[in-house]
Design a protein. Structure first.
Lengths: 212, 186
């Protein structure tokens, strides 16, 4: 048999040479090497997964997030319980004192019509004047209006009904609440009369200037 | 999905470590024996073996099915072995340059040192191992690639970077020498 024939026979796969060689397949890499390579394969994948994770996922996986979120939850619950147990005195009547409104930042004239705080409509105006003709300011403080315009219209109505004292008191309170609101747009020339009637005393003017 | 070597490697590239385990179990023995019998040193064989698998792990994302996985794996192994030869003082063995390399004398000497009759299979196997070890490196490589991975001549040529005729010639000489030594013809 020449070498080519030997090779052909060998390549067919059932030669005596192959059979004998295949008997010695017990030779294997050491188990420690197996473990090291398999561990490296797993570590490479785990490392890649870690890199692929976005900052949000890594943030959510972080160990310190659980205690922080628990603390935040407890704090929010405590605030909610406190608000339920201790009601806000200003909201108990559903009305806001006019003094609060007076303390608010002045609204520029050009934006006054659009950026005014909402107020409730007049409650009752029956007790604005006492029997002695004096103005009951406590009652006035509870008379509030939906808009500055409505308030001015109410003042105008009082003025037309010859309730001049009440009108000037309302107008004074209006000017305290909306000092820059263009009252003339509703009241017209009546403003001059109301201001003349209602104008502050010289002593008060001096005191205000000093404060300013 | 079918559990071919190529699919397993693709699955591993996608992060399936179980697929890698299957692939590793399939090929670890053959690859290790190929390296061990080529360099004839357990420590070096283990080092090369580990390097090859680590290269495979690192290159998993770039893996595409262009040939059989076995071809891909053994090409890595062949290149690693050549690097190993280069680092040695002796350099790359001459047999890799000599296409035919009919080095029959060494086999004849080995045959003369051993008893003519081998009584059991274990002895026969040991005898074959020692005869394989005496083959020139290039012929031994061709024989081991055939035996350990069942590769065809074309694939052996592809892995070792030679044409099919050279691969065939190397294998032909290897088979002829081994058969002759075992028969006691030499």
């Amino acid at each position: 048999m020449n070498r080519d024939q030997e090779l052909e026979e060998y390549l067919q796969g059932d030669s005596e040479l192959s059979k004998r060689y295949q008997q010695g397949k017990e030779l294997q890499p050491p188990a420690s090497l197996d473990r090291a390579i398999l561990a490296a394969a797993k570590a490479a994948v785990a490392d890649e997964r870690g890199k692929r994770k976005g900052w949000l996922a890594r943030f959510l996986d972080s160990d310190w997030l659980t205690p922080v979120s628990s603390f935040a939850m407890i704090t929010l619950m405590a605030i909610a319980v406190y608000m339920l147990i201790v009601p806000d005195p200003s909201t108990s009547t559903g009305l806001r004192p006019a003094a609060d409104m007076a303390g608010k930042k002045p609204v520029p004239a050009d934006t006054a019509t659009t950026e005014v705080p909402k107020q409730t409509l007049p409650v009752k105006s029956t007790s604005t004047l006492t029997d002695t003709g004096k103005i009951d300011h406590k009652t006035l403080e509870h008379v509030t209006h939906q808009t500055p315009k409505a308030w001015l219209e109410h003042i105008d109505k009082l003025y037309q009904n010859h309730k001049t004292g009440l009108a000037k008191a309302e107008y004074r309170r209006f000017k305290q609440t909306y000092p820059t609101y263009p009252a003339r747009s509703v009241l017209g020339s009546k403003v001059l009369q109301l201001e003349a009637i209602n104008g502050p005393s010289k002593a008060k003017t001096r005191a205000r200037r000093k404060e300013e | 999905m079918e559990k071919t070597d190529e699919n397993l490697m693709l699955r591993y590239a996608d992060g399936d470590t179980k697929a890698f385990e299957i692939l590793y179990t399939r090929h670890k023995g053959g690859l290790y024996r190929y390296l061990y019998r080529q360099c004839r040193n357990a420590a070096i064989a283990e080092e090369l073996f580990q390097d090859i698998w680590m290269n495979l792990i690192r290159a998993r994302a770039r893996y595409t099915v262009q040939a059989k996985f076995t071809t891909y794996l053994y090409r890595l192994a062949h290149n690693k072995l050549i690097d190993h030869y280069r680092k040695q003082n002796k350099g790359i063995p001459v047999s890799f340059d000599d296409e035919d390399c009919p080095d029959l004398d060494a086999i004849a000497d080995q045959r003369a040192e051993n008893p003519a009759v081998l009584y059991d299979k274990h002895q026969q196997r040991e005898q074959l191992d020692s005869l394989v070890a005496l083959l020139p490196e290039a012929q031994r490589e061709a024989f081991l690639l055939r035996e350990e991975s069942g590769l065809k001549l074309e694939e052996i040529a592809n892995i070792t970077g030679v044409n099919v005729e050279t691969a065939k010639s190397r294998l032909r000489y290897a088979v002829s020498k081994l058969k002759a030594a075992l028969r006691g013809d030499l």
